[in-house]
Design a protein around this ligand. Sequence first.
Ligand code: SAH
Length: 459
Amino acid sequence: MKHFPIFMALEGHRVVVSGGGEAALAKLRLLLKTEARLTVIAANAAPEIAAWADEERLTLINRSMEAGDALCARLFYAANEDDAEDARVADLAHRDGALVNIVDNLEDSQFITPAMVDRDPVVVAIGTEGAAPVLARAIKKDIEERLSPRLGLMARIGKAFRAKADALPFGLKRREFWADYYNKDIATEAQAQEALDTLLGKHLNAQAKEGHVELVGAGPGDPDLLTMKARKALDAADVVIYDRLVAPEILELARREAVMLSAGKEGFGPSVTQDAINEMIVSHARAGAHVVRLKSGDPTVFGRLDEEIEACEASGVAWSIVPGITSASAAVASLGQSLTKRGRNSGVRFITGHDTKGFADHDWKTLAREGEVAAIYMGKKSARFIQGRLLMHGVDAATPVTVIENASRPNQRILATCLGELEPTLSDANLSGPALVFLGLAPRAAMAAAQQHELEAVS
Ligand code: SAH
């Protein structure tokens, strides 16, 4: 490709044409469609050009071209139909900084004007780099026949309608709407307007009937820790499928008419099988319901989210994720600590005490590094296993460990202990609610006191 096609912004910019005969007229007929400020320089301008000048559609300078005439021009056309004169004016314009086209002289032109099919704002440009002007004309004719003469009108009215069409979801749904519109046979502006309104109604209706799934994070329990988006989803839900850990106060916020279904599971210990849950989600969505799949904390953290997404995908059900506050964030806030701290830990691990196979194995060596912080989810039953593994890998038995039960809820409890005493402290406490275990973190006050103690011991 020797020439790269672009569409140049000409609104308010100067374009200069040198010449007043047929060649100049042909270019001017095209250029007058733009919003450029046109200047024609010609000692003998054709009567049409003089008439356009009278109508103030262009400026006519009745003499031959001089240096400086093309200053600040974006484009310059040499259209004198005289090779020597064209070469002279092209040189002047070039010095003035304009991009130069010499009519019928591809070799010395910096740009060429393509054949065009004009349905403003839809414009099709056809170029053959001068190789096959006949072919260009044939293609132009073909496209002229194919594009409705009303396409420009439709595109202009369509453009103004774009914000309204944004009510449809981005992607396929919106494309289908526009394809429907541009396939319509439309004669007037009023018809275009009416077609858009009717089509949008039709597409939105179809959309509403289709059903979709929102995979929503319910946060750690405090309803104030729900996101606005989660609240909106609950407000609009037809069906809510919730995990056992989701706090009752949050279920209260669902739309009154919503069908509430328990998926009855906690972490990796489902009492309803995952397949049955997937089936529940998909069948309701397929029946046209807006399904809210409500999971505790953030749905992307130990939530078997991918299995549910895959089930939606496999059935062609639309889905989206609404993030939530994960229990580690709520738990660490209750300790007055931060998850990462300069000079202590530059990363934090979210690990699970057990997975589908039983107690979960981890990179214990890394966890044993000094200052390491880990949030252990589902760690109640596996506390003794984790404690044993960490001690075996050389973690100091005095390393702080804190258990937070029911983080962010009114019955929140904090057990501050150390690795050596994690068990039996945890078993003795008889926790009944969900609990998160922090390795390497103590409540702020206790941590500060311990540091003070260490300092005193040193001095
Ligand atoms: N997706 C959830 C985690 C699900 S796994 C989240 O992002 O929080 C379930 C585990 O999360 C529980 O065993 C417990 O370790 C933890 N958990 C959930 N809610 C909790 C809460 N309010 N307080 C403490 N731990 C909680």
